[in-house]
Design a binder for this molecule. Sequence first.
Ligand SMILES: C[S@@+](CC[C@H](N)C(=O)[O-])C[C@H]1O[C@@H](n2cnc3c(N)ncnc32)[C@H](O)[C@@H]1O
Length: 299
Amino acid sequence: MRAQIGGTGAETATRYDFIRTDAFEWLASAPPPPASIHAVVTDPPYGLVEYTDAEQKKLRNGRGGVWRFPPSLDGHRRSPVPRFATLGNGDRERMRAFFSRFARLLLPVLVPGAHAFVATNPLVSHLVCGPMTEGGFEKRGELIRVVHTLRGGDRPKNAHREFAGVTVMPKSCFEPWGIFRKPCEGRVQDNLRKWRTGGLRRASPGAPFKDMVFSSPARGRERGMSSHPSLKPQAFLRQLVRASLPFGEGTILDPFAGSGSTIAAALAESLSGIGLERDEAYFAEGRKAIPLLAGLPGA
Ligand SMILES: C[S@@+](CC[C@H](N)C(=O)[O-])C[C@H]1O[C@@H](n2cnc3c(N)ncnc32)[C@H](O)[C@@H]1O
């Protein structure tokens, strides 16, 4: 199923496609360059198990499985978070295979010099980044999203009193995003001229794009626009989509689009985007959420 909404920005023609499909199937039949993708900004299901049908059923029933339901705070319900510490060896092997397949199918669809920003997590980032580079991408750095999550910082389970001065894992204060690039054709300047990709757009002429971004979780009005448990905030995503296209030209892909927040950010920045989402309920919600999220005032 396809939600296709075309729009024309003030100066740039912008349009987006939001498609209900499996990302791997779509990538396998997507056209090669030049009719293809110039950047990727995505928040994949990096633990994999959390977005299986079985785990989604438990999440929607409000209990059990890999999803943790944090207690509400000041009367506000907080979003559930997946537990990555419970992943076993088999899960880790499946993740490697998932990202190897992803890299293999994505690379041919991108123009040379295209950047890919891929969200990950401190516990599993090696299982995302290793297969991406083995699959032909250059690693161009990591972006640190400074965000206070509900992960880590706990005392040993059932022995809190005995080990009151111990924490099992650091309290997580950041979310790493891998920054990858498809190798350029020739020098960066050649690639920029021919493909309009290869570099990142500056925040302003005097300020390069920086690899640390302070960002709170989506809250308030924005949080109310989608119930997706992994909704990323517009103020953060808009910086990424803007940086991903050095001249603001081309198409941004989010193969694991969830509520379509990346596509909404692209729209807000007058950029074109394609979002893919497999889950029927998230897709239906995303169709409504994209225009609302895109309409939020700028940060
Ligand atoms: C971490 S969430 C992305 C949430 C998104 N950042 C947002 O702000 O709404 C990952 C999404 O990928 C979807 N997904 C998982 N496997 C997929 C696949 N093979 N093809 C397309 N979507 C998939 C899941 O249903 C889930 O909604």
